[in-house]
Design a protein around this ligand. Sequence first.
Ligand SMILES: [Zn+2]
Length: 280
Amino acid sequence: MACAICTSTSFTNRAAVKGAVYVACNNCGVVYQNPIPPDSEVEDIYNHDDSTYFVSDAKNADFLAGEDWLRGSAQFFIEQLQQQYKGSLETASVLDFGCGTGILLDELQKRGSGAYTGVEMSPWACRYGREHFGLTMLNEDIMTVNLPPESFDIIVMSHVIEHLPNPPVIINRLATLLKRGGLLMIGTPYSDSLGARIFGKHWLYYLPNEHLHLFNDRSIRHLLEASNLRVQSVEHYLWRKRSTLGALAKLPLGLLQTTLRGATQFVSAKDGLIAFAQKP
Ligand SMILES: [Zn+2]
C-alpha cells in the first residue's frame, strides 16, 4: 500500500504487532500500518455515544481520573505555544481538532479571552466539554463542519494525527481554516525516539487500528510542506514529562494504554514530537 504522506510504494518492514504490520516509508520516513484499515473501521473506535474510549477498565484508561495529568500536559503545550506564537495568545482564536473532553481549550480559556472551538468525533466527550467547561464543542466531521475559511489564529492537534488514515487531506483542510500568519501545532509520538529503537515491536505507540501513522522529523516536515505550510520548528519532548510514578499508577492517558512497558519507557527518552508550522 502506497504511503499516504508521499505516495511512495517503497517501504521496509518495521514491526509486526498483534497481527498488524507497521512499515517505514523509504522515501519520507513515516511509519505506517500497512494496509491502513478502512475509514469505517477506524471511525468505529471513536464515535460511540458513551465514554468507553475515554474511561475503560478493559483498556486500563481513565480520562477523567487522569484529568490532573492531562491539565499538566495541556499546560506544557500552552507554554510551547507561548514561545512559538508571534501574536497574543490571550486573544487568539483557537481550534482544537480532536480535542477529547476539551481540557486544553479549558486551560486556554482560563488564561485568555479568545474564541475557543473544539471538533471531536466522540459525542460523549463533546457533551462533557460543553457541560463541564462551557466550551463550543462540535461533534462533526472536520472535512464538512461549517467553519469559515481563514478564521483561526491557532489550530492544535494533540496526539491526533497518528490516528488519521489520511493525514494530508486533514492538514490541507486545517490549512484552509488557518488565517494567514496563523500557527498549526502538532503533538504526536516520535518514531525515531530512543524508546522506539530499544523496544522494537513492543514500543508503546504501536496500537494497531488506532495509531496508523507515526512521524519523525523528516516525515512531519514532508506532510506540512505539502500543504504549503512553513515549518517553524520540530522538537522532541518527554510525553509524560508532567507525570509522576503516582500519577502513572492511577492514570490513564486516555489515548494511551498504561502498561508496565510504558512505565519503563517513561524514564527512557523523549518520545513525543512537537511541530509548529505557519501559514504564509
Ligand atoms: Zn512516504
